[in-house]
Design a protein around this ligand. Sequence first.
Ligand code: G3P
Ligand code: MG
Length: 375
Amino acid sequence: PFTPMLDPDSDNVADNFAFAFDIDGVLVRGGKPIPEATEAMKVLNGENEYGIKVPYIFLTNGGGKFESERCADLSRQLDMTVSEGQFICGHTPMRELSSRYRDCPVLVVGGEGETCRLVAESYGFHDVITPGDILKANASTAPFRRLTPAEHAASRDLLSSRRRRRRPEVRKLSDIVISAVFVFADSRDWASDLQIILDIAQSRGGRLETRSETFDEGPPIYFSHSDVVWSAAHEHVRLGMGALRKMVETVFEETTGGKKLVTHAFGKPQVGTFEFAERLLRQWRAEKHGLGLGTLHGRSQAPAVRTVYFVGDTPESDIKGTNAMDEKSGREGTEWYSILVKTGVYQEGTEPRYRPRKLVGNVLDAVHHGIRREM
Ligand code: G3P
Ligand code: MG
C-alpha cells in the first residue's frame, strides 16, 4: 500500500512508486500532444482524488537536439515544466563513452544541420567529423549528394593544413582514422550516410578512403536506438533509425561476400538504458522530492523505488525492455511494470510481440491504472 511522505514543499509524494514515459506515440505524435497527455501529467502532479504527487521521468529513443531543447519542446507541448533531471533521450547514454574517445576522430551521423556535432561536443567528444565534412573534402564520396552552400560553409575543413594543437597534420582524408561511428539521430540523407558508414566499416581500421582486405577491422558503430518504425504524424508508422541499422548490416554483408557486421545500439529495449533510467529516477526523486535523503548509521540512504510503471507504445522496445529489466531486477529489486497504450505503434486487435502487464487505451488510462493498483 501507498505510504505518503512529506516533500520539501510539504506536499504528499508517493515514496514507493513512480512512472516513466515513452514520448512518441504516448505523449506526443507528430509534434502535437496526444489529447489525454496533459491531463495525465496533471493527475501525477497531484490533481487526483488522493491529493498525492507521483514522481516521473521521460525515456525516449528520439533525439537530435540538446536535452535542454527537448525538455523545452515537451514543456510547451504538455503545458508544464519538464526538467533535464527527469529526461533521457536515445543519445544521452553516449555521453558515457566520451572519455574513451575524447581526442579521437569520431563520425557523428544524423539530425538537422550541425546540431548533433554540437551535442556530441557538449558530451566531451573533441574531434567530431560529420558526413558533411567528408563530402566537403571529397564530393565524389556520394555521387548524387551535393552540399548546399550553407551546408558547405558550416562543414569542417578536414584538409586544412593548419596544425591543430595535439593533432597530426592532415593533408589527405586517408590521414584521418575514425575511432568510432555514432548515429545520434535519424539520417536526413540515407543514401550518402549509408555510403559513408559502410566506407568506414569496410576501411583499414577506420582510416578514411581505404579498403580492408579482410573486412573485419572497422571501428565500432553505435546507434542511439534500434526502432525500425515509430509513430509520427502519418496514420501509418514511419521508418526509424533501426531500419538504417538493418540496411547498414545487410548491405555490408552483401558487399563483402557474406561477412557479418556487428553494430551496437543504445536506447530501449537495451537493459543498460533502463538501468541508466533507474539511476536518474533515484536522483530525481531525491532532488525534486527529497526522497531517500535520510541517513542510517551515518550513511546516506537512497532506496530504490519499489515499482516503476513504464508507459510505452512500441512492444519491441518499450515492453520488451521493461519486461527484461523487471526480470533482471528479480524479487529484491525494483518492479518494472509494463503498460502498453493504443495511441502509437501498437495497433489494436493485433498480438503484441512482447506482452505488457497491462494494455490500456491511452496514457491517462495508464496513469489511473498504476495509481489504482497502488492504493
Ligand atoms: O525516433 C524516435 C522514435 O524512434 C521513438 O521515440 O519516444 O517512442 O521512444 P519514443
Ligand atoms: Mg514511442
